[in-house]
Structure formats: structure tokens, C-alpha cells
Write a protein that binds this ligand. Structure first.
Ligand code: C5P
Length: 201
């Protein structure tokens, strides 16, 4: 049994999720998409709950709903500025990061706040236009009313909120390896991430 943590941060739709899942599968590590925690809180708030209460009462079953909508993403980034919400979600993430057998966590503050001692730290990014186009392609079937301009606006608004907040803002940790996927295919981004993690093993 070993403890080995891979911490991955980056803005919305940069390829974090895909890279994280692939790294976890390749090295046999558990994976936690920490955005889902904030999305689950955001979804409860859209249904009228108090954000801090919702974060404190979060249940694994809450993560199983369909949380991948623009509306919930936006609600998530609004609850994520509340320090009490972040504090309520911290222990679960830290415990997950130190679990035996190793773990990959992806989010906005994993390298900086949740697991600053992680063996590997990655900052996965891409230009706003590339990220908006990826998100558009991902969501257009589910929501045919989406426009490219609207998705880009959402991406930029979420970036501004995530990077501009006082508590745990999104920033590339000083010692994180930056992976810019703007010009990369999924396969190339995954290959680059696996090479970086592999060299730290
Ligand atoms: O990664 P995802 O797009 O699912 O995250 C949704 C929102 O949750 C982000 O825009 C961000 O505001 C918040 N979040 C966060 N810290 C994390 C993960 C997500 O603040 N570690």
C-alpha cells in the first residue's frame, strides 16, 4: 500500500476531467472530480437550500444526479466563493487525497489548498476560445438552445469568478507543471500527462 497523490487544477473545459480519468485508469489510482462536490451544492441551492447547510449535509448519493449542465456549473461557481462551503468540503477531499493506493484529484485548488504536498502537481489549461468550443460540442446535444457566444460568456464569467475570489482562487501553483492543451488532441494531452506522472513514480 502506498500513498501517492496527483493534484490537477485548471479552468473549466481545459481537459482536466479527461486527463484525470485517464491518469487514474493508467496508474490504477482512485479519482475524485472535486467539481462535482461544488456542483452538488449548487444544484441544492437552485432548489432552495442554504449553501453552507447543503455543503455540510452533502451525501454521496447527491453526486449521482446529472450535474453537468451550464446552470449547475454557474451555481457551483457562485457557492464556491463562500468560505464556509469550501471549509465543509475540505476534510473529505484531504482524506481522499491521502487514501491508500493513491489518488488523482482534479479541481481549482487541489495543488494550492487541498493537497499542496502532492507528489505530482499539474495545471491543465487552454485558451478560452478552445475551451468554449469544447464545452459547446459537449453540451449542444443536451441543450440545442446553446450558442457558441453564450458558452464563451459563461466560460469567461466562471474564470473571472474562480480566479478572482478571495478564498482559494484558481491559480497555477508555483511548482505545478503547466500543460496547455490548446493545440493538443485528447490523446496528446493524455499522453503528456501520463509521461509527467510516470516520471514521478
Ligand atoms: O470542475 P467543474 O467545472 O465541475 O467545477 C464547477 C465549479 O466548482 C467551478 O467553476 C468552481 O467554481 C468550483 N470548484 C472549486 N474548487 C474545486 C472544484 C470546483 O471552486 N476544487
Amino acid at each position: 500500500t502506498r500513498i501517492f497523490t496527483v493534484a490537477i487544477d485548471g479552468p473549466a473545459a481545459a481537459g482536466k476531467g479527461t486527463v484525470s480519468r485517464a491518469v487514474a485508469a493508467h496508474f490504477g489510482l482512485a479519482h475524485l472530480d472535486t467539481g462535482l462536490l461544488y456542483r452538488a451544492v449548487g444544484a441544492k441551492v437552485l432548489r432552495g437550500a442554504d449553501p453552507t447547510e447543503a455543503a455540510r449535509a452533502l451525501d454521496p448519493a447527491d453526486l449521482e444526479a446529472d450535474l453537468r449542465t451550464q446552470e449547475i456549473a454557474s451555481a457551483a461557481s457562485r457557492v464556491a466563493v463562500i468560505p464556509e462551503v469550501r471549509a465543509a468540503l475540505t476534510d473529505f477531499q484531504r482524506d481522499f487525497a491521502r487514501r491508500e493506493g493513491g489518488a488523482v484529484l482534479d479541481g481549482r485548488d487541489i495543488c494550492t489548498v487541498i493537497a499542496p504536498a502532492a507528489e505530482v502537481k499539474l495545471y491543465v489549461t487552454a485558451s478560452p476560445e478552445v475551451r468554449a468550443e469544447r464545452r459547446f460540442q459537449e453540451l449542444i446535444d443536451k441543450d440545442p438552445t446553446l450558442t457558441r457566444e453564450g458558452v464563451l460568456e459563461d466560460v469567461l464569467a466562471r474564470d473571472a469568478r474562480d480566479m478572482g475570489r478571495a478564498d482559494a482562487p484558481l491559480v497555477a501553483a508555483e511548482d505545478a507543471v503547466v500543460l496547455d492543451t490548446s493545440e493538443m488532441s485528447i490523446e496528446e494531452a493524455v499522453g503528456a500527462a501520463i509521461a509527467i506522472v510516470g516520471s514521478a513514480l
